[in-house]
Design a protein around this ligand. Sequence first.
Ligand SMILES: C[S@@+](CC[C@H](N)C(=O)[O-])C[C@H]1O[C@@H](n2cnc3c(N)ncnc32)[C@H](O)[C@@H]1O
Length: 197
Amino acid sequence: MNKPYAESCVQNQAPILSAIRPLLRQQQAVLEIGSGTGQHAVHFAAAMPHLAWYTSDQAAYHAGIQCWLEDAQLANVHGPLTLDVLQPDWPQLAVDAIFTANTFHIMSMPMVAACIAGAGALLPLGGRLLVYGPFNYAGQYTSASNAQFDQWLSAQHPERAIRDLEAVDQLAQQAGMILEQDQTMPANNRLLCWRKS
Ligand SMILES: C[S@@+](CC[C@H](N)C(=O)[O-])C[C@H]1O[C@@H](n2cnc3c(N)ncnc32)[C@H](O)[C@@H]1O
């Protein structure tokens, strides 16, 4: 099998790394939800060798992730683990951070809610949930290109959409997490960080 490749990962991995590195400096183990191709995992785990980085996704993605992991031969990247956020059997890992990129607009809203509730349940006090992707504020798009992207998403699947930051933050608060950082990222994306408190 050829390694799956997403050009978007090549474009966004350096800015995401700059944003998450300070937030993960004191953390020890990260669960990545929706690892996709596996490119992000390899890039981030190589750059932050102090972290144990656990990849996960639905089973259909595992072979591709495995290709990237085998090529990279990094001691600190693990998996892929099977994790569908709607299923109750989340891996019971001792992680103090959870990272997910470009997933909340692909997941349905019940999946987003399950993802946040699951993250809140798995993280210890002080643990961090880091979410990268596009978000709306007070129901408004942050750019014309995000509005177009949202139209494209709903044409792909009616339950796909750019999420409102306020709705996602409410779910995070219900899961015991406080929004610590909301950082502007290139191409009208955000890097959100919640802390379990
Ligand atoms: C657009 S891809 C993003 C992949 C990668 N994180 C990236 O940034 O390139 C969306 C990812 O969300 C994952 N996903 C969608 N629904 C999911 C669910 N119910 N549970 C776990 N992951 C899910 C998909 O399997 C896929 O890997």
